[in-house]
Design a protein. Structure first.
Lengths: 110, 117
């Protein structure tokens, strides 16, 4: 069935390095994606979103890339900090209903 | 400006019991959605309420029901609890206008952690 999934369940990076978290989706009609950050014991927090008419969108220290040809999107975090340690989810927004992937746990080593 | 608030934060029930979880949306928001998040998984959409009616529903049995009140707050009810219902239940609020335009974000609460023994 249709799904949104992530390539790796865990990612460990050194503080100051860049992080890349990947996500694949199966529905070619999908047109709105969102990245969420979830810290332990908290609800998901919006990071950045992108629509299918864009290939790239930048925020503060974060960039989302969308490749519609291979149905893949990625979240890049520049100069990763200890406070970035969390589980990151990509989600597709289908008319207000979010379809989440399983998540990637990012660990930042000091 | 209060964000999304949920209660209770933690609760323990036994199989067969019933539970009610509560959510107050972010100020100004009119739409409430509920999600179930099992340990180590992404949140799964349960249903969405707007104008006191269920507007969308995910793949959850009828044991899961909800309600939205005139002040936009919402309740999630689960009957005949099963061990598999143990999860973090998340409430998210938004504006229906933003939703229709495909803009704006959903704001999540901290969740209610339900343990079924």
């Amino acid at each position: 069935g249709e799904s949104v999934g992530l390539h790796l369940p865990t990612l460990s990076v050194q503080e100051g390095d860049n992080s890349i978290i990947n996500c694949a989706y199966s529905n070619s009609a999908s047109d709105y994606f969102i990245w969420y950050k979830q810290e332990s014991g908290k609800g998901p927090q919006f990071i950045i979103d992108i629509r299918s008419n864009m290939d790239k969108r930048q925020g503060q220290r974060v960039t989302v890339l969308l490749n519609k040809t291979v149905k893949h999107l990625s979240l890049q975090i520049a100069a990763t900090q200890p406070g970035d340690s969390a589980v990151y989810f990509c989600a597709e927004n289908r008319g207000g209903k979010l379809i989440f992937g399983q998540g990637t746990e990012l660990s930042v080593k000091p | 400006d209060a964000g999304v608030t949920q209660s209770p934060t933690h609760l323990i029930k036994t199989r067969g019991q019933q539970v009610t979880l509560r959510c107050s949306p972010k100020s100004g928001h009119d739409t409430v959605s509920w999600y179930q998040q099992a340990l180590g998984q992404g949140p799964q959409f349960i249903f969405q309420y707007y104008e006191e009616e269920e507007r969308q529903r995910g793949n959850f049995p009828d044991r899961f029901s909800g309600h939205q009140f005139p002040n936009y707050s919402s309740e999630l009810n689960v009957n005949a609890l099963l061990l598999g219902d143990s999860a973090l239940y998340l409430c998210a609020s938004s504006l229906i206008g933003d939703q229709h335009r495909g803009t704006g974000e959903l704001f999540f609460g901290e969740g209610s952690r339900l343990t079924v023994l």
